[in-house]
Design a protein around this ligand. Structure first.
Ligand SMILES: [Fe+2]
Length: 251
């Protein structure tokens, strides 16, 4: 029975992710070769986000029991797909050069429409979110990232506590972040709605390494009003290898 469910889930995932990609993959294909000026060599592609939705590299059910399959499926194929589609509508309306990375648009988002802000942010935030989760999560980061976390926050536990607080206290909908700031230091903060730390309009700025979606659509089916339980569960599925790659590229 479990195998059958997994096969159905897998089939649904492949079908839906193909549709999502087809729906939004018609523009911005040159973006991965064009990146921000402050990132060098192969690191460029790590921090550059395409304007189209990237298929998930794990099943909708892969993050269970921490995030349930139905939440993942609706989140990816409905919410995130809509941000990608609406972003693509906006870039057509506002003549955005999609050979430049999405990050460049976000850095000057005050010059664009609210539609661009909401959907450009929504698309970027979700593309990052899928990447920094994995069913094969290590318990904790290692190497330079672990050392930087210890240096900035005292210990991993102190870091986790501060991040959880940022996620829990973000009123309404938004995101909690771990970023590298302009002084090349790690910092924790949060942003409202689909804003993010790359935006010139944001009070909290930096290069995102880790982002946690605390919109109710990210957890309500399984956790209902228990946002704190969802936040605690997140530590079981963080892709620390990907976060470390982003840290290295940001430094
Ligand atoms: Fe979301």
């Amino acid at each position: 029975m479990k195998l059958t469910r997994e096969l159905i889930s897998r089939r649904t995932f492949l079908s839906n992710s193909s549709k999502a990609s087809l729906a939004v993959g018609l523009v911005g294909t040159g973006v991965l070769s064009a990146c921000s000026n402050d990132v060098k060599g192969d690191d460029k592609s790590i921090l550059a986000t395409s304007f189209s939705q990237t298929p998930l590299n794990y099943d909708f059910s892969a993050l269970e029991p921490h995030i349930d399959a139905m939440t993942m499926e609706i989140h990816f194929t409905k919410h995130a797909a809509a941000y990608a589609k609406n972003l693509n509508d906006a870039i057509g309306e506002e003549n955005v050069d999609t050979n430049k990375p999405l990050e460049d648009v976000l850095a000057t988002i005050s010059q664009y429409s609210t539609k661009m802000r909401n959907n450009g942010g929504g698309h970027y935030n979700h593309e990052l979110f899928w990447q920094i989760m994995t069913p094969d999560a290590a318990e904790r980061p290692e190497g330079d990232l672990a050392a930087a976390i210890d240096e900035s926050f005292g210990s991993f536990d102190s870091f986790a506590e501060e991040f959880e607080k940022a996620a829990a206290t973000r009123f309404g909908s938004g995101w909690a972040w771990l970023v590298v700031d302009s002084d090349k230091k790690l910092a924790i903060g949060s942003t409202p709605n689909q804003d993010n730390p790359l935006m010139d309009v944001s009070d909290f700025k930096g290069t995102p390494l880790l982002g946690l979606d605390v919109w109710e659509h990210a957890y309500y089916l399984n956790y209902q009003n228990r946002r704190a339980d969802y936040i605690s569960a997140f530590w079981n599925i963080v892709n620390w290898n990907k976060v470390a790659e982003r840290f290295s590229a940001s430094m």
